[in-house]
Design a protein around this ligand. Structure first.
Ligand SMILES: N[C@@H](CCC(=O)N[C@@H](CS)C(=O)NCC(=O)O)C(=O)O
Length: 212
């Protein structure tokens, strides 16, 4: 049987999503750190794994996969009753929309490559980074909070069990706290994040518990 290997970085939120999903399945995997700060993701060894030079990369079932949401959907399609996505089409649309609001709208503009470029073109790079993160994560999460104002929201983003949207939300809230984003206008998502933190699969995926 092939070993499941996650090419990972402790502070990579896209990798964090996949760590949560694998933990929810109780699917054993080995985390192999690829140090983003040391630019290991730009080295030939990692570009061979993913020509985009991004994390995560997952080796599973004899295949090599990139793109965190495509990986999570693969797991949902190949494992029994994951609950990652709802059974009904409208529910799946909503969970994907919530997930994309983070993974496709907030996360890419705050990615290392983008922010490094912003810093390089500013007089005070550190201040520019802090303002950038607070603006884009803050605005994005305020909009996400409004998306939670929906009858299908429950104790988690969709209903009363965690799923793909929660796998996206928790790493984004971790990042928000890292950059001291004001979350006072986002009580619903803060409460969901807190509920997730109490679940072992989420707790074990936390950056502080990830090999560096
Ligand atoms: N859409 C991709 C995004 C992957 C991504 O941007 N990963 C970040 C870490 S969270 C990365 O590798 N960044 C490196 C860089 O920006 O140079 C996914 O969901 O897997």
């Amino acid at each position: 049987m092939n070993e499941t290997v996650l090419f990972d970085y402790w502070r990579s939120s896209a990798s964090y999503r996949v760590r949560i999903a694998l933990n929810c399945l109780a699917e054993p995997y080995r985390s192999v750190p690829v140090d983003l700060l040391a630019k290991a993701h730009r080295q030939a060894e990692h570009l061979d794994r993913n020509p985009q030079g991004l994390l995560p990369v997952l080796d599973i079932d004899g295949e090599r996969f990139t793109q965190s949401l495509a990986i999570i959907e693969y797991l949902a399609e190949t494992r029994e009753k994951t609950g990652f996505l709802p059974d009904d089409a409208a529910g799946r649309q909503r969970v994907r929309a919530l997930s994309y609001a983070i993974a496709m709208d907030i996360h890419p503009v705050c990615n290392l490559g983008v922010v490094t470029y912003v810093m390089a073109n500013a007089a005070d790079g550190e201040a520019a980074r802090r303002d950038w993160m607070r603006k884009f994560i803050g605005e994005g999460l305020v909009a996400f909070e409004r998306l939670l104002d929906h009858p299908a929201a429950g104790n988690f983003c969709h209903g009363d069990a965690p799923g793909m949207a929660d796998f996206c939300l928790v790493p984004q809230v971790y990042n928000a706290r890292r950059w001291d984003v004001d979350l006072s206008a986002c009580p619903k998502l803060v409460a969901i994040d807190q509920r997730c933190a109490e679940i072992d699969a989420f707790a074990r995926a936390h950056p502080d518990r990830t090999p560096r």
